[in-house]
Design a protein. Structure first.
Length: 457
């Protein structure tokens, strides 16, 4: 079987039922596996940072939050080249590469966390390497967007993203457990100063990475139709909606990845008596909610789901602030889990909006040009939305750095995360305004451009 597919027509029902659906499903499955591990590696430090004091490292709370935040920043930056890599090298080829490079951060972590005399500057570099896992999401989502027809993109992209997002929950659930067992390192090491095998946080992903690389080689495909020039892809940078949706996506995915990274350390600093083993629940419910957001958006429109979701996000943020005030962990956990659910629903609905927006914009430009013009517009929309999914995902991922850094700075300056939460709340309000202004308000914009509300993006 050739790794390249030269003819791909997912919008053609006969083609889809005759074999296209099976090929798309196979690529989706292995894309999810590779992306899942990528997310796990990306968020390793959300757990490792909480264990470093126990392992003999003497870092301040703010330094620990910085170790948690830095992979988020690097992951966001990596998403830019990863976005364009799929249409240059092929989805299968890039999945093989992007999974293979994750051996670097996992092995580096396993080596340096066993040496408590490692300088903080060196640990920052080691943590930064984990950001390589953050790039996988952009290439994976861009790749899968080409395999599925427009009517199924919300569900497919939501499923792909959720499978990756659950990697955050996996690493936060399994890592604390496996750090207590010598089986991962084949009993070739002795426990560190705190009686834990911190190196297992890196070693535990070696075998899964080998499986992911093999699966990509054996079962995935490249699409010739997904190839495009850099100029065609770079056109999305000049599109107004690319930047509007990037801003909104910081509020949804940026919140998910940022809160996921900060949650264990936030629990440890605000409720020291509570085990961080419970932290995995946040990203788990957020990940499971993502396909629901995509499905709801498919049925009633992404913009209305996103708008309502931000309102609930704001309310949940206020509840988190109140629970920290009264030092009630049960209220804190419940409020934060609701906040995580809304980040997941918002992730799914905003990602469903992106292909719809670019499709509608390109079709409007092609009005009156006949079937040939329509076909050209749809191909341009496919290329642009694929590039936009990755680009917007890269911008949104900045939340993985901004939120943990915000918490760290707020606690260092005021002794509480309240200031950071107040800023996040104000941001959600601005997202509500933007969503209504550009995607729900039916009146034409001030520029005279027609509203996108009628298209139910």
């Amino acid at each position: 079987m050739s790794s390249w597919i030269s003819e791909w027509k997912p919008e053609d029902t006969k083609f889809w039922e005759a074999g296209g659906k099976a090929i798309a499903r196979r690529n989706l499955i292995w894309s999810i596996i590779a992306e899942h591990i990528g997310f796990s590696v990306w968020l390793i430090w959300s757990i490792v940072a909480t264990k470093l004091p126990q392992a003999g490292f003497h870092f301040t709370t703010e330094q620990l939050f910085q170790l948690v935040a830095l992979p988020g920043l690097v992951g966001a930056l990596m998403r830019f080249p990863y976005t364009f890599a799929v249409t240059t090298f092929g989805g299968r080829n890039w999945t093989i590469f992007s999974a293979s490079v994750l051996f670097i951060p996992t092995i580096a972590l396993a080596y340096f966390v066993t040496k408590p005399d490692t300088p903080y500057s060196t640990m920052l570099w080691v943590a930064a390497l984990a950001g390589l896992g953050g790039g996988n999401f952009a290439s994976s989502m861009t790749n899968i967007s080409f395999f599925y027809p427009d009517r199924m993109k919300g569900w497919a992209l939501g499923l792909n993203a959720a499978g990756g997002n659950i990697g955050v929950s996996s690493v936060q659930l399994l890592t604390p457990i496996l750090m207590t067992l010598g089986i991962v390192n084949l009993y070739q090491a002795t426990p560190g100063p705190g009686g834990i095998y911190v190196e297992n946080a890196g070693l535990m992903w070696i075998l899964p990475l080998m499986i992911a690389v093999y699966g990509a080689i054996r079962y995935m495909n490249n699409l010739t139709s997904a190839r495009s020039s850099f100029r065609e892809k770079a056109a999305i940078v000049g599109r107004k909606h690319t930047w509007i949706m990037s801003y909104i996506y910081i509020g949804t995915f940026g919140s998910f990845i940022g809160y996921s990274a900060a949650f264990p350390l936030l629990i440890k600093t605000q409720f020291p008596a509570i085990t961080i083993g419970i932290a995995f629940l946040g990203p788990l419910v957020g990940s499971l909610a993502r396909p629901l957001g995509g499905l709801l958006a498919d049925k009633i429109g992404g913009a209305i789901v996103t708008f309502c979701n931000f309102i609930v996000m704001g309310a949940a943020t206020v509840a988190v602030m109140y629970s920290i005030n009264i030092k009630d962990f049960h209220s804190f956990l419940t409020s934060f889990l609701i906040l995580f659910v809304t980040t997941g629903v918002g992730n799914g609905s905003t990602y469903r909006m992106i292909p719809s927006i670019f499709r509608e914009e390109n079709l409007r430009k092609a009005l009156g040009s006949g079937e040939e013009g329509r076909a050209v517009a749809l191909k341009a929309a496919s290329i642009e939305s694929g590039a936009a999914l990755g680009f917007i995902g890269a911008i949104g991922a900045c939340g993985g750095y901004l939120i943990p850094r915000g918490f760290g700075a707020s606690i260092a300056a005021t002794g509480s995360p309240h200031l950071a939460l107040a800023i996040y709340l104000a941001f959600y309000v601005s997202c509500i305004v933007l969503t209504w202004r550009y995607y729900l308000r039916k009146a034409p914009l001030a520029s005279g451009a027609p509203s996108l509300a009628q298209a139910r993006v």
